[in-house]
Design a protein around this ligand. Sequence first.
Ligand SMILES: [Zn+2]
Length: 423
Amino acid sequence: MPVSDTDRVLAEVDRAADEIVDFASRLVRIPTVNPPGEEYEACANAIGDQLRAHGADVQLLPAVGKVEHTSRYPRINVVGRHEGTAKGPAIHLNGHFDVVPAGQGWTRDPFGGEVADGRLYGRGSCDMKAGLAAAVFAAAAIRRAGVAHGAPIEISGTVDEESGGFAGVAWLAENRWLSRERTKCVIIPEPFGVDRICVGHRGVYWFEVVAEGRIAHGSMPYLGVSAIEGMSHLLDLVRDELGPVLAGRITTMPVVPEGSRRATININGIDGGQPVDDTPSPCVADRCRAVFDRRFLLEEGLDRTRAEIVALVARAQARMPDVRFTIEDRMIVEPTRAPEDAPVIGALTAAIARVAGRPASLVASPGTYDQKHVARIAGVPHCVAYGPGELAMAHQPDEFCELADILTATKVLALAVLKLTNE
Ligand SMILES: [Zn+2]
């Protein structure tokens, strides 16, 4: 029987199984902790060397012009490119190589890259160095199999996703390494699981409200205006009126966990009046500040979301006219969703069916990740996340990724990429 291209590519992934795990383990052993952004250069070099060994043309790209890019903590991204038989836009695989701090509660070395019980352990094993290894070796398997691919294949390793990705994917997009002209589609191997394709995420409206009152002696509070009391009116409105309204709004996006299909608001922090641990001074609080984290749905849109907050603050103001309220935007991320008929979704769905032997499910993320920069700055709407590991494992102590999942995801990525390059 003739051996198909698909079979040859899958055989190359199987042959590389140990190499893939070794490489992922090596990446875990480089403690790219963010903040502050440790060892980025070493990790970019490790990825670059591996890509070069597979025959890719490799560029190391310092995020020049970003304030985060300092001599102490340089922000270095890496892009490798395998030319295809055709010119034109590339299929791009992107993974972030920064990891959150290890935190407490580990029973293993968080940066040991330990392989045991069929798992790779360590901070970043799941989120998302296993995914990066899968991306690097998916392209390698196609090359090693000697199967022609039309469009170029690019693999990038980027920094700072855990802190917003501004010196990472945003920088790549601003500097046109990712763009509508250059990039056909992007797959980000974040850990959504080997049979789930993440098509997008909700929006973020992160804002701060400052209430200003008037100071007075605490024994004569009626002579002052309490900013804390003013803020409490706003908090009442958020809990009693906005909260129930938001809970009634449900997106059609397949967000998981399902609770996050509803619009939400969280009060991230509050401070006001005198610091409570200091020596007390009897004063009416003349200032109170709260930070809110509003996650909004594609169907709501930013304008409506913002207008709703402005109206709510105006009502708090009306309840307590002597307090002055101001709203300040902190961070805005628009919701994003790849079009349902995007070829990248079709290619991954077919590859999952073939490799994992079960149907793919489409999901969306309650939080955001680098897809926002691909969609908004690069202008590439055909972007999804697909990668090994369980989302619930990310940022946990004893974080791990199943070795079998790494292999499955590498195969799925290889078949999907091969199909996309020849479409
Ligand atoms: Zn991640």
